[in-house]
Design a protein around this ligand. Structure first.
Ligand SMILES: [Mg+2]
Length: 190
């Protein structure tokens, strides 16, 4: 639970950076808005991707087909050895899916959960790139986006995450509320 407490304390410290991120992110923002072909020009050499909400709805076993295409393009551009999944749930069939379908793409595991920067430091080491060249994509402000800001990586805030309201309404409503509360907190903090 330490990561939740850290999210609150560091969320307060980084509130201006978080607010600026929310304000410059369109409400429809999702990972498909980014073109891997632009990464070189943007100085991005490695990716740290959250899974739940970003590649598929919460708890899914594999990325959605549209994200699969995007991932293949990202791997072609960055190289599989520079694409990482940085999820607080790095286990289960999703790991097998990547091993079979996109070999070389690694899950970062065995690190303290976001917003601790450990997973991003590990990404930088394994990819041999500076932290400033890592794009962290997350649908949560106080976990992934905050981790990116603290570590000096580039945050991309997925404000329009994948949700599966019909199959898991309770869980999805909880996370929708959580994301909304994060945005409100960041907006309202003095
Ligand atoms: Mg997520």
């Amino acid at each position: 639970m330490h990561h939740i407490l850290l999210g609150m304390i560091e969320g307060w410290r980084q509130r201006r950076a978080l607010r600026s991120l929310v304000e410059r992110t369109p409400a429809t923002a999702r990972l498909l808005d980014l073109s891997p072909d632009e990464f070189g020009r943007q100085g991005i050499a490695a990716l740290a991707l959250d899974f739940d909400g970003v590649l598929a709805p919460h708890g899914a076993d594999r990325p959605l087909p549209e994200m699969e295409n995007w991932l293949r393009r990202a791997v072609a551009v960055c190289g599989a050895e520079r694409v990482f999944v940085l999820s607080n749930r790095p286990f289960g069939p999703r790991v097998d899916w990547f091993r079979d379908q996109l070999p070389g793409v690694r899950f970062i595991s065995g690190v303290r959960k976001k917003p601790y920067g450990d997973g991003l430091y590990k990404t930088g080491e394994l990819a041999s790139v500076p932290l400033s060249a890592i794009l962290m994509v997350d649908d949560r402000l106080l976990t992934g986006c905050l981790a990116a800001i603290r570590a000096g990586c580039v945050p991309f805030y997925v404000r329009s995450p994948y949700v599966a309201l019909r199959s898991s309404p309770r869980q999805e409503l909880f996370f929708m509320l959580l994301r909304w509360a994060e945005r409100q907190a960041v907006r309202l903090l003095p």
